[in-house]
Write a protein that binds this ligand. Structure first.
Ligand code: IVH
Length: 691
């Protein structure tokens, strides 16, 4: 038998990698999940082998090695990283005709005649999250998420725990190599993870993609290590030397360097492309991982280069999306869910049915009109569909299969939880509970929202735990979350009686709460869960008001519609009168202000940091865009102006500095002329911002 000391350098490195990974996995199973798979003695043996290996090969010791770590120090958030080459997304096609247009456009662009060959490589579109791996001198130095395409998050520590990701490359790989691909979770791993989450009272993931994303977004990479993730490489970012002339060659090279490759198909005609599509569509349910379409790529890299990009997607590739998957099942009941703003949403309970590998037992019914329109009755056989990430929906009822026993849905006029009146206002599709503060369902939903991913993002405070805390009266307001630890031990006793709760969960929970005592202002606004104030609006408000004190004062002043503060609020492009009322209403309630004061004692809110390149000619100026712009969308124009430090308003006033008028500008242009505000056309605007 080979003794450890006979291992050659390369073998030692490989073994070191494997051992480290294995130990990290067992650490996570032991510490995070309370579910060790091996005995202590077996675990010690692994550690001893690693230590012996490092003693013999000290060059293998690095900061990430399990021998260098005592426990796990969770890092604070993720560092931002700029991509050397932007990470793009793909345009979509849905039919044979679209595919044919795609191929025709390419031929035209490249001036190919009908007889010139155009090779296409078809690859499954993996439903995960894209990641860019950067190797320098053949060592993995950085793994980053796509982010907004220009800038992503540094997830290196987590990605290093993924078995499919080589930590280093053989000597024939270039000095600089960025491999782009998809991190995903296989179906079996997904089912297992959800089972575990459920047992531990944590949130279950809606689909494998969310599970994969949630797993790499862990601040503690030992948790990631305990999740079974895979990686398929499919594209390149920066490379110091060319590694092939075609997409196929690139894939083959990557494979030879240890990357895992999904299958791919070589096609030379529309007919062949469509055959592949049909073929993979058929195989889809049997694949070990979820895919949501097929990606077609021009095989020749010199063609790719010439074709270039439009907006954010390449002209040389497109994604052929699969149609939504449908299934037939029986609707057994209609329950009412109460949201954080009191909206009552009817939910269909279904006999569980598998739709493309995922078991579906609920579907949204949106609102009572929808039920009426589709004539959905309890006991009906229904066609449901699941498309990508969206919540399953009821498409239609099979009314010819009724036997008369089906029951019509009766509109609920009171909140099923607090029994307050539920009313539907004139012109509104939604019925709302009027219980406000006394409605437990709303309060619990607000708390869930407060800790959710885009808000405070507190790992370990899943829906079930929030509910348990509520029931034990330990957490009744957001402030209570941050005082939990200090009220610790005795007061936590009631929760300890709950199933799945132990010292370890308590310790982990306090750690993740303490990790979040600092929050960006925009996330904070979003966390408040004010009606109509979503992530984007929260960002807009954060950018405009900068910090909480300024926002709070302005909202209090804006209670008078005559005030300047009110005018300034509704002047923000994208904030209408109804939204303004919800905002002002929130700050008009004493109990909300009390929560804000309480939170101020517990947390730090980081003022909004403007993404600004430098002083620009429009910094601090107020700009209004009106009419049809032809060179860019309104959205793009607005984003650009904001990056340059301008404020974009929705209406013209004395305070407006510039009105940028496109075609068919109407009343705003007129008003600008009346007020003597400078009016620019698109070209003049572009000239101005060029500086
Ligand atoms: S190529 C410049 N190939 O789909 C082209 N993307 O909707 C970059 N995806 O952001 C993408 N499988 O996350 C490519 N075989 C594949 C893919 C794939 C999945 C994802 C990727 C991308 C998204 C675009």
């Amino acid at each position: 038998m080979n003794s450890l000391f006979d291992l050659e350098q390369e073998d030692a490195r490989v073994r070191h990698d494997a051992l480290s990974k294995e130990i990290r996995r067992h650490d996570a199973l032991y510490y995070q999940n309370d579910a060790p798979e091996i005995s202590d003695a077996e675990y010690d043996k692994l550690r001893q082998e690693l230590e012996a290996l490092e003693a013999k090969h000290p060059e293998l010791i690095h900061a990430e090695s399990p021998t260098q770590k005592v426990g796990a120090a969770p890092s604070k958030g993720f560092k931002k990283v700029r991509h050397a080459v932007p990470m793009l997304s793909l345009s979509n096609v849905f039919s044979e005709e679209d595919v044919s247009d795609f191929l025709t456009r390419i031929r035209k662009f490249l001036s190919l005649s009908e007889t010139d060959p155009l090779e296409i490589l078809a690859e499954p579109k993996i439903d995960g999250l894209s990641c860019s791996l950067r190797y320098e001198n053949r060592e993995l130095v950085m793994a980053a998420t796509r982010g907004d395409g220009a800038e992503g998050e540094d997830i290196t520590a987590n990605v290093k725990t993924i078995g499919d990701v080589p930590q280093s490359l053989p000597s024939n790989a270039p000095d600089i190599l960025e491999v782009r691909g998809e991190i995903y979770m296989g179906r079996a791993a997904f089912e297992q993870l959800n089972k575990r989450q459920e047992e531990e009272g944590k949130n279950v993931f809606a689909n494998p993609r969310n599970a994969a994303a949630g797993s790499v977004r862990q601040l503690n990479s030992e948790i990631t290590a305990g999740r079974e993730l895979g990686f398929f490489g499919y594209a390149l970012g920066e490379v110091s030397v060319s590694i092939g002339e075609t997409q196929k060659e690139v894939r083959e090279k990557l494979k030879s360097w240890g990357f895992t490759e999904s299958e791919h198909y070589f096609c030379v005609s529309l007919a062949e492309v469509m055959d592949v599509y049909e073929d993979i569509l058929e195989k889809r349910p049997d694949l070990e991982y979820e895919i949501d379409g097929i990606v077609y790529k021009v095989n020749r890299l010199d063609y790719q280069e010439r074709l270039g990009f439009v907006a954010r997607s390449p002209r040389w590739a497109t994604a052929h999306k699969f149609p939504a998957e449908q299934a037939i099942t029986r609707l057994t009941a209609i329950d009412i869910q109460v949201g954080r703003t009191g909206a009552l949403t009817p939910v269909a309970r279904l006999e569980p049915v598998t739709v493309c590998g995922v078991v579906v037992s609920n579907a949204t019914l949106h609102n009572e009109d929808e039920i009426k329109r589709k004539d959905i009755r309890i006991g009906d056989l229904v066609v449901i569909q699941r498309a990508g990430d969206v919540i399953p929906q009821v498409v239609k009822v099979l009314d010819d299969r009724r036997d008369g026993s089906e029951k019509e849905f009766e509109v609920v006029e009171e909140c099923p939880i607090c029994h307050s009146l539920a009313i539907r206002e004139e012109g509104e599709a939604v019925r709302r509970c009027t219980g406000g503060l006394i409605c437990e369902a709303q309060a619990v939903e607000r708390l869930k929202h407060f800790v959710s991913r885009l808000a405070f993002d507190i790992e370990g405070l899943g829906d079930k735990i929030i509910k348990d805390f509520w029931e034990c009266e330990l957490v009744r307001s957001p402030v209570d979350i941050f005082t939990l630890e200090e009220r610790n031990k005795d007061t936590l006793t009631p929760i300890r009686a709950k199933e799945g709760w132990g010292d370890l969960s308590e310790k982990n929970l306090f750690e993740s709460i303490n990790d979040r005592r600092e929050i960006e202002f925009n996330r904070f606004i979003y966390a408040l869960g004010i009606r109509q104030i979503g992530e984007a609006t929260a960002k807009m408000l954060a950018a405009r008001y900068g910090n909480l004190e300024v926002l709070r004062e302005a909202m209090i002043e804006a209670q008078s519609h005559e005030s300047e503060a009110y005018q300034a609020l509704i002047d923000i492009d994208g904030i209408g009168a109804a939204m303004a009322d919800d905002l002002i209403g929130f700050f008009a309630e004493d109990h909300n202000l009390e929560v804000l004061d309480g939170l101020a004692q517990q947390i730090t809110i980081k003022p909004f940091e403007r993404q600004q390149i430098a002083e620009s000619p429009v910094t601090g100026k107020t700009v209004v865009f009106t009419g049809k712009l032809v060179q860019f969308s309104r959205q793009e124009a607005k984003a650009k102006a904001e990056v340059l430090g301008a404020k974009v308003a929705g209406s013209v006033s004395k305070k407006t500095d510039y009105v940028v008028a496109g075609e068919d500008s109407g009343s705003k242009l007129k008003k600008a002329q009346e007020l003597g505000v400078t009016v620019l056309n698109e070209d003049e605007w572009l000239e101005l911002i060029k500086g």
